[in-house]
Design a protein around this ligand. Structure first.
Ligand code: FAD
Length: 282
């Protein structure tokens, strides 16, 4: 928590190479200075990064930093899941981001998947209240949801199953978050919903990513970013201003904190947080 009780957290993906791990260690050192509530580590679609995620989580716990592994059933059995969660409990993990996850590409649509509310219930059944459980929320609505209202109902189902708080998919239109928050409020969801923040680092990657996960980049932002072409410095400067303003608007309107999708880079998050004047890294 910051002095203003704003919760800050940072998300990493597990690197595939030793060089990537070394780099991430340095990124972590820089971000740890900001005293985030936790670092989270993603879990590849279908459990494809099972060992890699666990090994980064172990590394972070050895540094005595709070860490939240992301987790989904993927193709695992209940026994395998229990074992993995038990290992997390044994090394002192106190928080999990519980997800349905996505199918790995090539797996096809025929395989049945375990919804996140079922994973939340499973963890509560076997591990009681040990873990703080985060779940995913979608201010612009999950691409597979049958309707706006249904998606919010399913979010409520995750809280009813025992989730403590939610982290959102990233978005660039703060009204999507405010409207969503209000809609959640109306059906009685009273748990905190932390906005997910994606710094703008590379337009092509962001576009590809956004198409995949259903996050909207407003047209005017797309046009602006596209217009920068190879001028990386101008793109980053624009992105920094834009995301800082987004965070300001969110916090001024009572968002309870910010969860940064770091893309394993510290620079942009550090600058945004510095711009916001939330915490000094000294
Ligand atoms: P669910 O909440 O289970 O929802 C999935 C879909 O099914 C939605 O359309 C929902 O409306 C619908 N639904 C939900 N419950 C039910 C139900 N009981 N019956 C019928 N329909 C239902 N992906 C990864 O692979 N690895 C990660 O580490 C990862 N981390 C993420 C972190 C955050 C903060 C966010 C926002 C997303 C993350 N994702 C990750 C992406 C996520 O896995 C995908 O968006 C996935 O498609 C949905 O996961 P979920 O937990 O939201 O699923």
């Amino acid at each position: 928590m910051t002095e203003n009780d704003i919760r800050i957290s940072f998300e990493f993906f597990p690197p595939k190479t030793d060089a990537g791990r070394e780099k991430l260690k340095k990124v972590r050192e820089q971000l740890a200075n900001l005293q985030p509530e936790f670092f989270s580590v993603t879990y590849g679609a279908g459990g494809s990064t099972r060992d890699n995620t666990r090994s980064i989580v172990e590394e972070i716990t050895r540094e005595e930093l709070a860490v939240a592994p992301h987790l989904s059933f993927g193709g695992d059995t209940e026994e395998m899941m229990r074992e993995l969660i038990q290992q997390y409990q044994n090394i002192g993990v106190k928080r999990i981001v519980a997800l349905r996850g996505d199918r790995p590409s090539g797996m096809g649509g025929g395989v049945s998947m375990v919804y996140a509310n079922e994973l939340v219930a499973f963890i509560r059944e076997h591990f009681g209240e040990h873990f703080h459980l985060e779940v995913a929320a979608y201010p612009e609505i999950h691409p597979e949801a049958p309707s706006y209202d249904a998606d919010i109902k399913y979010l409520q189902g995750k809280f009813d199953a025992g989730a403590d708080s939610a982290i959102t998919q990233y978005f660039y239109n703060p009204d999507a978050y405010f409207y969503f928050h209000e809609a959640c409020d109306k059906i009685g969801i009273d748990k905190p919903i932390y906005p997910g923040i994606m710094p703008i680092i590379n337009f092509q990657n962001l576009q590809r990513f956004s198409q995949k996960c259903g996050a909207e980049i407003p047209r005017w932002i797309c046009k602006r970013l596209d217009g920068f072409g190879d001028d990386e410095a101008s793109l980053k400067a624009f992105g920094l201003d834009l995301v800082t303003e987004l965070c300001e608007t969110l916090l001024e309107n009572d968002a309870p904190g910010l969860h940064f999708y770091t893309m394993n880079q510290a620079e942009h998050c550090l600058k945004i947080i510095d711009n916001l004047g939330l915490i000094s890294a000294d």
